[in-house]
Design a protein around this ligand. Sequence first.
Ligand code: C2O
Ligand code: CU
Ligand code: CU
Length: 484
Amino acid sequence: MKTVSRRQALALGIAGTGAVAVGGGGLLLARSPFRPKAGGRLNEPENLSSQKRELKLRLEAAPAQIMVAGRVASVAAYNSSLPGPTLRLHAGDRLRVTLVNRLDVATNLHVHGLHVSPAGNGDNSFLRVEPGESFDYEYDLPANHPTGTFWYHPHHHGSVADQVAAGLYGAIIVEDLEGLPITRERLLLISDISLTGSGSLRPPSAAEQMMGREGETVLVNGQVRPVLSAISGDRERWRVINACPARYLRLRLEGSRHQVLALDGRSLGVPAQVEEVRLAPGNRADLLVEAVKGKSILRAAPFNRGSMPGMMGGAMPPRNGPVDLLSLDTSGAPLSDLPPVPPTGRPRDLRKEAVAARRRLNFSMGMGMGSGMSPAGMEFTINGKEFDAGRIDEIVSVGSVEEWTLTNSSPMDHPMHLHVWPMQVIQDSGQSIPGTTWQDVVNIPARGEVKVLVSFDDFPGRTVFHCHILDHEDLGMMGVIEAR
Ligand code: C2O
Ligand code: CU
Ligand code: CU
C-alpha cells in the first residue's frame, strides 16, 4: 500500500528511488540516515532588488540537485536555490513574476503577508499552473504598504506541504524608508527537511501528515548550524522567517541581547525586550541583536503543540529536543549598553475603531464519515466544513472592521492565517493583549480561543484563510473569504 504523499512525492519527481523502502503499513525505512554537515559561514540567497519602481523576474520551480545541509540532495527549488532568491521591494512598487513550472505536478505562487489584491493575476491562490506551463503574476504594492519581512511559497491546494517541504520558498523584503541605526542586516530563513542517506526526500507517513510533518533536519538558509561573526558593539537586524510546514520555533538567543522590532512585517512601534520569540509556521520576526560578548547560540526550544484527537494519555510530549540553529561569534572587548533605537512610529490600533460585524470560526479535527481527504478518514474542518474552492464561506465589506473569535475544539494547536489582511490580536484565552500586536498567522491554542480585529482595507476579491500547518491546509482546514 502506498501512501498518498508517496505518490505525490513521486509526482514531484523528487522522491528517492531505491533509497526508501515502503513497508506494508506505509512504514518507511531508509537504508542509512542522512548525515548533515554542520557549521560554515552563513550564506544568503541572491538578492533581487526593484529598480525604477519595478522588480521583474523569472522564477522556475524545478527538481534540483543542490547542496543542502552541506551535502548534495535531490530537492525542489526556485531557480536552483534553496531558499529561492530574496525579492527586495519598496512600498508602491510593482512586482512581476513569471512562474515557470518544471515540476511534474501543478503549482502556483503565493506572496505570504503582502497586502496586495487577491484578484486576477495578483495574489490569487485559486490559480493553477500545470507542469510545463508558466504564468505571469503581477502585484502592485500600495504606496502605504508596511515595510518588513514577508515570504513566498506555492499554494496549490493538496500539495502545499509537499512542495514547501521539498524546498520551495523564499523571502520578500519591503525595505524601510529610513534606515535603522544598525551595522548590518541578515536573512535567516528557517525550514526543515527529511532526507534519506542518499539525499532524497523522505515522504511523511499518514500519521506525520495528520500531526503535521516536522522535518528531521532544521535548516537556516539551507545550512545546518552556520556561524555568524560580529564585532563587539555591532547591532544587527535579523529577519527570521519560519518556513517549516508544521514546526513551531521558540527562539532564544543565548548569550546576547535581542529585541523584537516587528512581527509578520508589522513594526511594533517601540522595540520590545523579550526572553523568547515564538514563531508558528508562517510567522516572521525582525530582531535587533546586540553583539556584546563571546559566543551566542540561537536555539529553538521544544514546543508542545498537542496531540491527535482520540489519542489516549492527553498531550503528546514534544518529539524533539532543543535545536541549535546557529552561533554568533563576537570578537573584541565586551561593551556596555548601546544607545536605544528610536521608535518607528505608532501602529494602528483597531480597538479605537467601530466594529461592523463579528464572526466565529471554529477549527476542529475528528473522525468523520470520511470524505477521503485524509489518509485515515480524519476530517480537518473550519466551522464543520472542509475546503471547497467553489464555495464562499465568509463575505465581508471592503472598508469595514470586524472582530473574529477564533476557537479550537481540537487537542492540537492550529496557527490560523488570513491572506491579504493582517489581524490585530486583542485577546488570547480570555486575557487581553497589551500593546498593539499585528500578525498574519495567529496561533489558536488547543481547546483555546483567540480574538482578533481585521480591517478589510482595499481589494475586493476572493481569497482564503487556513491553518498554516500545511498538511492540515492540504487536508481541508481552509475556507474562502470574499470582500465586496
Ligand atoms: Cu503562507 Cu496561505 O499561506
Ligand atoms: Cu499567506
Ligand atoms: Cu492545523
